[in-house]
Design a protein around this ligand. Structure first.
Ligand code: STR
Length: 501
């Protein structure tokens, strides 16, 4: 109410006229636009944003723009244009827009995901250095992941035959992998910390998912706003927990070895003492930790639930993946990362889930750092550029029956190797802003599903209720809650009963 009132007052005092553009420069076609409110009245209000923006391509083509307040946003929905933005001109478009909500989350553009230049570059490098620690041939990443999956499988064994929502167990597992990488720390089922983590993550996602007009008219943030309050509260709870972990880590820190992201960040702070020290203050470290935690837990938890949801809809496919596991791995050992070369149907299924249900359907918005162009269109410095990944993944010229779930499209006709059926596929983005955790995520998805399907049958509960395949997008595409009937596989029981192991 306050917001609307203020809007009215503002519209009487201010007039934001669309920018006058010189006639010889060609800009992407724009949706209609009015003073002050811009294209807001012309944007569809119902349904999923990414689907609406995709539909607008029918009228406006694969690149078009709209105005909100004083800002111009360009929407890109074709892979060639998307790659020009993300890769070819990746540096020019590597900025991030400043939004009131994201400023709260990132403590004014600190961290990685929503940070702008200097902070982002340094912290991205340090996170990459952390992942390199786990890539050193010692298979540390694989061991960490497998240890957590093994604990999850133990918990599932005690629930044999029951229909459960697997969210809590998967969330705990993913949180533990990330906490091991960041702090050499993990939690047990029932510990208070994972519960706190679930709560603040939900609070952050719920409030980010809410359209809030302060992102368009930042002056309105001086008025009471429930969404912003909820976001601030959740971010504070997160920071309190992370500060506690950080302090404890520092107490025990000796500097003798480098095994976690905290070690890397503390060492960088010492090494760069003069030049970059403000960029490595506790506030910056906290923001990076928050990003890595949020990105590492929420995305992989959702994607595993999506994979399971699709398998419940396609029980024959699940059976075929299990046969593939039985033939290539058997029951005498657990799956490992080298099995990725053999469990092709499982790998194809993961790729297809990432296609049909991209985790970040609009990626994270980019911003032009300099005057630039996309194809023949001029893009002014400061313009926001959004890549509609959903449009890329659902383009019917690139994908046969794009709305159908067909994992086999990622296999050659003889089903003996994986293929890239289309260039219109960027589940982890691309270029300088691409996902830093891709390798971790791919290992987590593969190993979790291989272990689960080796030992368990995942079926629709006795009430016959199938999971919904329509998620809700709150930055990340989240599946609705659903139950799975978890049963230890007969074949697994028999193999173990024979004492053949
Ligand atoms: C999830 C909730 C949270 O507690 C913190 C974050 C910050 C990083 C975000 C993450 C979020 C959602 C998924 C993001 C990630 C950065 C990269 C990742 C947006 C909001 C993706 O692009 C999928």
């Amino acid at each position: 109410m306050w917001e609307l009132l203020m809007l009215l007052v503002l519209s009487l005092t201010y007039f934001f006229w669309p920018k006058l553009k010189s006639s010889d420069v060609k800009y992407p076609q724009s949706l209609p636009s009015l003073p002050l409110v811009g294209s807001l009245p012309f944007l569809p209000r119902h349904g999923e944003q990414h689907v609406n923006f995709f539909k607008l391509q029918e009228k406006y083509g694969p690149i078009y723009s709209f105005r909100l307040g004083t800002k111009t946003t360009v929407m890109v929905g074709h892979h060639q244009l998307a790659k020009e933005v993300l890769i070819k001109k990746g540096k020019e478009f590597s900025g991030r827009p400043q939004l009131v909500t994201l400023d709260i989350l990132s403590n004014n553009q600190k961290g990685i995901a929503f940070a702008n230049h200097r902070a982002w570059q340094l912290h991205r490098k340090l996170v990459q250095a952390t992942f390199a620690l786990f890539k050193d041939g010692s298979q540390r990443l694989e061991k960490t992941i497998c240890q957590e999956i093994s604990l999850m499988c133990d918990s599932l064994t005690t629930l044999d035959g029951q229909s459960i929502n697997m969210f809590d167990l998967i969330f705990l597992m993913m949180a533990n992998v990330i906490c091991t990488i960041c702090f050499n720390l993990s939690y047990k089922l029932g510990d208070p910390e994972p519960e706190i983590m679930q709560k603040f993550t939900k609070g952050i996602l719920d409030s980010l998912g809410q359209e809030t007009i302060v992102n368009i008219f930042p002056v309105l943030k001086v008025f009471p706003n429930k969404t912003l309050e909820k976001l601030k509260k959740s971010v504070n709870i997160r920071n309190e927990l992370l500060i506690k972990i950080l302090e404890k880590y520092k107490e025990n820190y000796t500097g003798d070895s480098t095994t976690s992201m905290m070690d890397i960040l503390i060492q960088a702070k010492t090494n760069y003492a003069n030049s970059n020290s403000t960029l490595l203050s506790d506030e910056y470290i906290l923001a990076t930790m928050g990003d890595i935690f949020g990105a590492g837990v929420e995305t992989t938890t959702s994607v595993i639930l999506w994979i399971i949801a699709y398998l419940l809809h396609h029980p024959q496919l699940k059976k075929r993946i299990q046969e593939e596991i039985d033939q290539n791995v058997g029951f005498s050992r657990t799956p490992n990362i080298r099995d990725r070369n053999h469990l092709l149907l499982l790998e194809a299924t993961i790729r297809e889930v990432l296609r049909i249900q991209p985790l970040a359907p609009l990626l994270i918005p980019h911003q032009a750092m300099v005057d630039s162009s996309i194809s023949k269109f001029a893009i002014d410095k400061g313009t926001d550029v959004i890549i509609n990944l959903w449009a890329l993944h659902h383009n019917d010229k690139e994908w046969a029956q794009p709305d159908q779930f067909i994992p086999e499209r990622f296999l050659d006709p003889t089903r003996s190797h994986l293929i890239n059926p289309s260039l219109s596929y960027l589940p982890f983005g691309a270029g300088p802003r691409s996902c830093v955790g891709e390798m971790l995520a791919r290992q987590e998805m593969f190993l979790t599903m291989a272990w689960l399907l080796q030992k368990f049958d995942l079926d629709v509960p006795d009430d016959g209720k199938l999971p919904s395949l329509e998620g809700s997008v709150k930055v990340v595409s989240l599946p609705s809650a659903f139950k799975v009937k978890v049963q230890i596989r007969q074949a697994w029981k028999e193999a173990h009963a024979e004492g053949s192991l």
